[in-house]
Design a protein around this ligand. Sequence first.
Ligand SMILES: Cc1cc2nc3c(=O)[nH]c(=O)nc-3n(C[C@H](O)[C@H](O)[C@H](O)COP(=O)(O)OP(=O)(O)OC[C@H]3O[C@@H](n4cnc5c(N)ncnc54)[C@H](O)[C@@H]3O)c2cc1C
Length: 475
Amino acid sequence: MPRFHSINIVSGCTPLHPICKGDIKTQVYNGRKISKKYIWLASNYTKNLNVVQMEEKFDAIIVGAGAAGLGAAYRLAKNGFNVVVLERGQRIGAKNVYGGRIYSHVFEKEIPEFTKEAPVERWVKKERLTFMNESDAVSLELFSSDQSSFIAILSKFNEWLGKKVEEAGGLVIPGFKVDDLIIEDGAVKGIVAGEEKLYSDVVIDAEGINPILAMKAGLRGDWKPNQVAVGVKEVIKLSEEKINDLFDLNEGEGMANLFLGYPTKYGLGGGFLYTNKDTISLGIVVRIDSAIAKQIAVYDIVEDFRLHPFIARILKEGSPIEYSAHLVPEGYHVPSKLAANGILLAGDVAGFVLNRGLTIRGVDLAFLSGLLAAETVKEAHEAKDFSETTLKAYESKLRNSIVINELEAFKKASTLLSNLRFYETYPQLVCEVLKEAYTIGENSQKIYPILREKMKGRISLLTLIRDLISAVRNL
Ligand SMILES: Cc1cc2nc3c(=O)[nH]c(=O)nc-3n(C[C@H](O)[C@H](O)[C@H](O)COP(=O)(O)OP(=O)(O)OC[C@H]3O[C@@H](n4cnc5c(N)ncnc54)[C@H](O)[C@@H]3O)c2cc1C
């Protein structure tokens, strides 16, 4: 059972800074005299002031309140462990940015009340892939009555996960930046935040894409420009009815639209558009090395994308209300070790993002890796051994799960997705060929001669066939 003690003492109190920490020897609240060392936090959810008495040591400290950290905390708290999640953002979700859609399988399995409670904007019923050049667009669309993914605002979704952790008895402290790890005798023993030191049996590092602590633990190096992409996103306000009309959707139905070609100025990456309930998420993701090589100003091109005739006509009544940017792992770059004495890596810090070209998955894999990290901690607790020898079981759990299985299965997809022709040549070719085929003039031509004409000086037939076969085989 949790060893810390939490007392709700004031309702609707004067808001305090989320954390006032310090060595307070004695404090009196509601007639109760509290001594020892305290962290006070004003919960962002309840607006109550909680006074939390910190014990000497936690069972687990989790760094980062993203899907990975909250998944780990939820499973541990449910099992009665004394767990704390430390998040540098001033509220849960404040630092979390993504495109727009989450695959629901792991959440439905882990959280029984998921379907009733989760802040789902819309369930994805339409998938669309659009090839785009400067002026035109060609789309392939799938409508399916089945649903396996939903569109959500990640900050709201993580905030909800945070509530589930608290309901399960875990503690989530926003506004708390971890600066360093406590490493004694070659093992991680806790964390350092400013002048504060907190101890635990194990630290689950779910710090996301910036692997500062993981590098300190010697578990991984920094990302290289070809291993990471930058995403820029705008949120555009439109009414729910307008969105339903524009995309031919019924109430609660959503569309996920990925784009290739012009949105990234033909660099490695893509554009995305997701229909939230009464907003649209529109953005681009470009691999860093490609942005450098093509001298793409990533912050400008999302504006050009919004002004493209295909998008501008859809969003002409919308107004941008939010702008954000974030990095995301690209390709298969999972570190060779995911556990060391007293520490485990979960989520983006471990490279658990799968981009198959048609779909991008990170949130479900992050959450699942958090659950598996929690399971490993449970076993280590039973064995009373938090050394690498015991924690290494985490790596086989990941290998036996969809996390590493799927990443391995689509390893070749990431090589294929490094082929610039899929971003540069093919989107332009598809648009040009179809435009000409649909344009009736004096000398209408069949598709094949148009294709051969457009391919001249750009690509050979053999290369095109090879790429096509490779795409069908690996994506
Ligand atoms: C543009 C873009 C589009 C994407 N689209 C999708 C999509 O549509 N679907 C999908 O499933 N995935 C998508 N992803 C990937 C997905 O967002 C991530 O894989 C997932 O959110 C990772 O979760 P995480 O918990 O590992 O990391 P994060 O969500 O990044 O959480 C890490 C947390 O740790 C905190 N933190 C970091 N350092 C410290 C510290 N020192 N002390 C305290 N706290 C710290 C951060 O503030 C942050 O809140 C996208 C990503 C991007 C960038």
